[in-house]
Design a protein around this ligand. Structure first.
Ligand code: MN
Length: 201
């Protein structure tokens, strides 16, 4: 039993020049691998060792720092790899575009809000596009490896898109220019996957 490091759908250099191969390799094979192993260590021999990652997060004891950091880190990066694509056909359309227009007024306003949430998250963390319990979409940000599935995080809903704004996600290429990294990330978004995530809720 236990969680496995997810394989990427593309090679480490596939997202260049937006995200460089060395950053991708370290991020996936070291950081995400570390969260995965530490998550497995944290649940081994407990009644969570066959639970789904979503169940672990929703029922999380927020005082359990090892589980909070590593269950978050495992889930967040799994979503992150899936919502990026080197392929050019990434047009947003259909029901997700309708929902974005309905919730934010326009796609450009959504992009502004998402970019701002990611840029202004102080220190390490993530920005999210979530489906709230009422079905509306919302943008929010969380610190460290927290995410909106966790209880009482001040950010409610099921994430369908997330961007990692830890320095390990961009520093080799962008140094302190987080805004440029966020802008490059937005151009990598695989909207087909995000729409699939939306439709699966
Ligand atoms: Mn990361």
């Amino acid at each position: 039993m236990g969680f496995k490091l997810p394989e990427l759908n593309f090679s480490y250099d596939a997202l260049e020049p937006a995200i460089d191969a060395r950053t991708m390799e370290i991020h996936h094979s070291k950081h995400h691998n570390g969260y995965t192993n530490n998550l497995n260590n944290a649940i081994q021999g407990t009644d969570l060792d066959s639970a789904s990652i979503e169940t672990i997060l929703v029922d999380l004891d927020m005082n359990n720092k090892a589980l909070r950091n590593n269950a978050g880190g495992y889930y967040n990066h799994k979503l992150f790899w899936n919502v990026m694509s080197p392929v050019d056909s990434k047009e947003l359309s259909g029901s997700l575009l309708d929902a974005i227009n309905d919730s934010f007024g326009s796609f450009d306003t959504f992009k502004e809000q998402f970019s701002k949430a990611a840029a202004t998250q102080f220190g390490s963390g993530w920005a999210w596009l979530c489906v709230m319990p009422n079905g509306k979409l919302d943008v929010c940000a969380t610190a460290n490896q927290d995410n909106p599935l966790m209880p009482s995080i001040g950010c409610v809903g099921t994430p369908i898109l997330g961007v990692d704004v830890w320095e390990h996600a961009y520093y080799l290429n962008y140094q302190n220019r987080r805004v440029d990294y966020i802008s490059a990330f937005i151009d990598l978004i695989n909207w087909k996957v995000v729409e699939d995530n939306y439709l699966a809720i």
